[in-house]
Design a protein around this ligand. Structure first.
Ligand code: EPU
Length: 434
């Protein structure tokens, strides 16, 4: 397994462009199963999770063609062969987002068999809300040999009102699944307590471009008037707000000055609010399109302690909790971080502790007592965002940090070491270490 070696203490400077969003691209790719015409996606990031989704779609009879026109790569997905309906464990277990083929496959093929993804490093991750939503549309659902088997009854899926709230708020991929299936149901569906994440808006935009009739995406009430069929479309994936937030934290912790283009600032208000409170400077240089803005992030590394509580969108995203904790670990005073989406998502706490961070966890809250500096240490990447927080901490730490098992980072950040090195970081990848 590969490792990163990072020599801390170098400022990040320069310009970097944010890639298309992983978490938008995955359900967009699955939506290609809703039609047999080509769906063309642009700005799909080159990540391990995306490669796994391509493999999964391929096993489901969806042709995947990568091409490049005028230096702009695009991904064409064409689900001509509708005969397969089994998303097997060996692929779904590598990528939890495999579950988002469930709704599209059910609606278009009448049957979907998807291996239950199981737990992951950040917690239990049930899919009861996905299943409840699909059952409300009339799907018959059973469990067989570790797979969810969903079938459409003879009368077809029927529009209805569906409540998708759970103990931790709504569900992003659950909303994607139910919205995709309802697009082909008979009649009107209303999803109440729908996820408001920008990735859901992006999916609704693609589905509407394919002929669906969806309004209200981005609010807790989404209305879907079912249509008989969907057709092909071309769509540009929104930029990745989590990658943008990660780069902002990296710039701030290194006392850097980074110009970030293609930044979805409009989807990051909770993040920029917290960073500004912390003492990070965010100068907006171009905001003509607030989902593709250019901004400059700089910091004197005089950081004030703050409170951060993760919440469903538009609140502070759980996917940036670990990265901001790395930054808070060198703020002056006590910060409080509370995780309200995945209460067990604290794998980074012990590893940051190995680098000298003073972190005291009680349940879903961590008190971060700022220290003057972090120091390099051998640490272990555990899940994607926890690993990103270790990279951020290492960029500022005194001495050398070796982060093992960086395949977690490759799931969500495209060639992160090349990008950071081009901005001034001393980071190298060692292949095949333990
Ligand atoms: N939940 C349920 N029942 C369900 C589904 C979810 O109780 O049926 C709970 C979860 O356990 C959690 C909360 O609801 O406590 C929210 O989970 P959600 O379903 O929204 O998560 P997800 O859709 O599986 C996506 C992202 C995650 C991100 C979460 C929350 C993708 C591929 N994944 O997961 O991204 O953390 O939304 O915003 O879009 C990441 O990129 O590192 C990542 C983990």
């Amino acid at each position: 397994m590969d490792a990163f070696t990072i020599e801390g203490g170098r400022r990040l400077e320069g310009t970097t462009r944010i890639n298309g969003s992983k978490n938008a691209a995955l359900p967009l790719m699955a939506a290609a199963l809703l039609t047999s015409e080509p769906v063309i996606l642009r700005d799909v990031p080159d990540l391990a999770d995306i490669t796994n989704m391509k493999k999964l779609l391929d096993t489901l009879g969806c042709e995947v063609i990568e091409s490049e026109k005028n230096a702009e790569p695009s991904l064409t997905l064409c689900a001509r062969d509708q005969s397969q309906s089994h998303a097997h464990y060996d692929i779904v277990r590598t990528m939890r987002a495999g579950i988002c083929v469930l709704g599209p496959m059910l609606a278009r093929r009448g049957i979907a068999r998807v291996s239950l993804p199981g737990g992951c490093a950040i917690g239990e991750r049930p899919i009861d809300l996905h299943l409840r939503g699909l059952a409300a549309l009339g799907a018959q659902i059973s469990l067989d040999g570790g797979d969810v088997v969903a079938t459409v009854p003879p009368q077809g899926l029927r529009g209805t009102t569906i409540f998708l709230g759970g103990p931790f708020g709504s569900t992003v991929l659950g909303t994607a699944n139910v919205m995709s299936a309802a697009a082909l149901a008979k009649g009107t569906s209303i999803i109440e307590s729908a996820a408001c994440e920008p990735e859901i808006v992006d999916l609704a935009n693609l589905l509407n471009a394919m002929g669906a009739r969806i309004t209200g995406a981005g609010t807790p009430r989404i209305t879907i008037e079912g249509v008989k069929s969907l057709h092909g479309a071309t769509h540009i994936v929104i930029p990745d707000r989590i990658e943008a937030g990660t780069m902002m934290c990296a710039a701030a912790i290194t006392n850097g000055s980074l110009t970030i283009t293609n930044t979805p600032l409009d989807a990051m208000l909770a993040v920029t609010d917290r960073l500004v409170d912390l003492g990070v400077h965010i100068d907006i240089l171009d905001n003509k399109d607030p989902m593709r803005a250019t901004c400059r992030i700089s910091s004197e590394r005089i950081l004030r302690p703050i409170r951060v509580t993760t919440q469903p969108h538009p609140g502070f995203p759980t996917d940036l909790q670990a990265q901001v904790m790395a930054l808070l670990s060198i703020a002056e005073g006590n910060s409080i971080v509370t995780e309200r989406i995945f209460p067990e998502r604290f794998l980074h706490v012990a590893e940051l502790g190995r680098m000298g961070a003073q972190l005291h966890r009680q349940g879903a809250t961590v008190v971060v007592t700022g220290v003057r500096e972090l120091h390099g240490a051998p640490v272990m990447a555990s899940d994607l965002r926890a690993s990103a927080s270790l990279v951020i901490a290492a960029l500022a730490a005194r001495g050398t940090t070796v982060i093992n098992r960086v395949y977690h980072i490759d799931r969500g950040y495209e060639r992160l070491e090349h990008r950071l090195a081009s901005l001034g970081a001393a980071i190298t990848r060692t292949e095949g270490s333990a």
